[in-house]
Design a protein around this ligand. Sequence first.
Ligand SMILES: Cc1cc2nc3c(=O)[nH]c(=O)nc-3n(C[C@H](O)[C@H](O)[C@H](O)COP(=O)(O)O)c2cc1C
Ligand code: SF4
Ligand code: SF4
Length: 256
Amino acid sequence: MGKLYIIYFSPTGGTKKAAGIIGSAWDCEKEEIDLLNPDRDLSKCRFGGDDVCIVAVPSFGGRVPGTALERLAMLQGGKASAVLVAVYGNRDYEDTLLELKDTLDGAGFFCAAAVAAVAEHSIIHKFGEGRPDDRDKSELAAYAQRIRKHLEDGGSKGEVKVPGSRPYREYNGVPMKPAADKSCIRCGRCAKECPVQAIPQDDPAGVDRERCISCMHCIAVCPVKARHNNKLLLSAAAQKMKKSCGGRKENQLFLP
Ligand SMILES: Cc1cc2nc3c(=O)[nH]c(=O)nc-3n(C[C@H](O)[C@H](O)[C@H](O)COP(=O)(O)O)c2cc1C
Ligand code: SF4
Ligand code: SF4
């Protein structure tokens, strides 16, 4: 095979973690492509038929975050084999894998395998807390070995089928728009790294609520933990989601 690419959109790190565990099954030359990084010219990312691309996104409302879709559509798949990974916070991922597959098909990839993986919920951390845990790690590593073998055998059974339906379920965002409290030291890191420039450079404690996609990256990168969601909104959401996010949701592997 050619090279292994690990391509991810991971605002708070759970998606990157799951993709990394899967990627560790390959010992060839590897490259990471961080879709959050605005400096990378993705239209220059061209892959070849011998390459394997692990493409990992979080599920937002059972869909792929729109910003991730826009960035994935810029890649030039060149018939590289794609391993699709949808990472979700212990509720459900509904149409995420299907939307990811449709986008990657459109960008010229060959979708060979797919994984749904659970990670800690990036808004309400008690759901899926600590995941991927040791059990997840061994499950994902075992999936990766099976995917690798499937690809080495020529992936001859055609492209993968994934769950989901069209039209995709509606997702209109969530009301969580993090802002900073008085402990903000105006370092500017959140403003620099926000994937949609929703934090004004000259007022980094604030947030443009219209632009913000509620990805929680700014909370994750703030060095003094100054950014928060509204506490009342959080506790109302936690209460509402208690049933749907309860129990232990499983990882899943899809091969043709
Ligand atoms: C705006 C938003 C919407 C989300 N929607 C869902 C969802 O529909 N189902 C689910 O199980 N988890 C949901 N989650 C949780 C994330 O999918 C999960 O925490 C994922 O690991 C986040 O990826 P990251 O750690 O790479 O940022 C949502 C998280 C955010 C921020
Ligand atoms: S302001 Fe919104 S979009 Fe920007 S990093 Fe924070 S949560 Fe994400
Ligand atoms: S990263 Fe934190 S401390 Fe730095 S500007 Fe943003 S909110 Fe303020």
